[in-house]
Ligand binder design. Structure first.
Ligand SMILES: [Fe+2]
Ligand SMILES: [Fe+2]
Length: 338
């Protein structure tokens, strides 16, 4: 009975996806009759198709332990092969041209494009530190140091999990700052001096760190729960902080990034000592940081650490500008600073 219900639900979902994916009856008519073109919505990620196909895969892999009849298994394999050519017709005519790498192979990512990739500047000074000078500096510094205590106690030497949690937090300030500067620009009819873009770039870069780390570390259910709780508190707290005192907010992030550099240095040491296995780099990291094809975890952590040092500089710089009584837009933003 349970199996029957499961199969029925699965079939409904698969059919529902098919309807959406292929444009269904009406969509198909519009797509072919009025526009006469189809939209390729699928891509490949580490050998896994996403877009319409990933949904189907998620649903079919959920009851992984469920025994399948050989005919059903064959049918599923056939479906998966078909998935590689999933084409969705749409009235809207949105399509992505085929993009290739320099070596002519097809670009597999939709979440970032080749022109957004870069070679990290690993020569950056990792030891730079902003010595707290005034009350707000000291407040920011002490808060970050205090927050580190429970984090260290919780994760101890699980560097991968620690990095995963760190990135879920680190990707928030850039988005909040960028959003608030965007709204300010609209309200005041003023240019932002590039700071909206610079801060959103930082948020995106941090999110790419997370997308890389989750290829290596699979968060447990309670860690996912912790991420939810921390995000709820941190997003709202940082939003209020940025509204009240942007200079304190940027100083706080500057110190957070200093700690991130320190944490990734510890991670690197554990790889060098053999405590953490130096596994091959995830494919997403190789493309994003233009790493060699045989890059390992150590190379990935090295470039992420360099990114964190750049974020440290951006945020302390932003705070310095405001401590000097100026607005961010008065200083050119470090766009593309990696
Ligand atoms: Fe990061
Ligand atoms: Fe960072």
């Amino acid at each position: 009975m349970n199996r029957f219900v499961l199969r029925s639900v699965k079939q409904c979902l698969v059919n529902g996806q098919r309807y959406y994916g292929s444009g269904g009856g009406g969509g198909m008519v519009y797509g072919s009759a009025l526009v006469g073109r189809s939209v390729h919505l699928s891509g490949q990620r580490n050998g896994v198709m996403f877009g319409g196909f990933e949904w189907r895969r998620m649903m079919s892999s959920a009851p992984a332990s469920m025994e399948k009849a050989p005919s059903e298994k064959k049918e599923q394999e056939k479906e998966e092969m078909k998935g590689k050519d999933v084409v969705a017709s749409s009235y809207w005519g949105i399509s992505r041209p085929t993009i290739t790498r320099e070596d002519g192979t097809v670009w597999p990512w939709n979440c970032f494009m080749p022109w957004e990739t870069y070679k990290a500047d690993v020569s950056i000074d990792l030891k730079k530190h902003h010595v707290p000078k005034n009350f707000l500096d000291k407040l920011a510094y002490k808060t970050v140091k205090f927050l580190r205590i429970p984090v260290d106690l919780f994760f101890q030497r699980r560097y991968g999990c620690h990095a995963m949690m760190l990135e879920t937090v680190a990707a928030v300030p850039g988005m909040v700052g960028g959003m608030l500067l965007h709204l300010k620009s609209l309200r005041k009819f003023q240019q932002s001096g590039g700071w909206i873009k610079a801060l959103l770039e930082e948020a995106e870069n941090e999110r790419m760190h997370l997308m890389t780390i989750v290829e290596l570390v699979k968060p447990k259910w309670y860690e996912r729960l912790l991420v939810l709780a921390v995000q709820g508190v941190f997003f709202n707290g940082f939003f209020v902080l940025y509204l009240s005192s942007p200079k304190l907010a940027h100083r706080f992030v500057g110190y957070l990034e200093e700690e991130a550099v320190f944490s990734y240095t510890e991670y690197l040491e554990s790889i060098e000592s053999g405590e953490t296995e130096n596994v091959p780099a995830p494919a997403i990291a190789i493309d994003y940081w233009r790493l060699p094809k045989d890059a390992r975890l150590k190379d990935v952590i090295t470039v992420i650490r360099a990114d964190e040092a750049h974020h440290r500089d951006i945020n302390h710089f932003a705070s310095d500008i405001q401590f000097q009584g100026k607005e961010l837009r008065e200083a050119p933003a470090p766009i593309g600073y990696h």
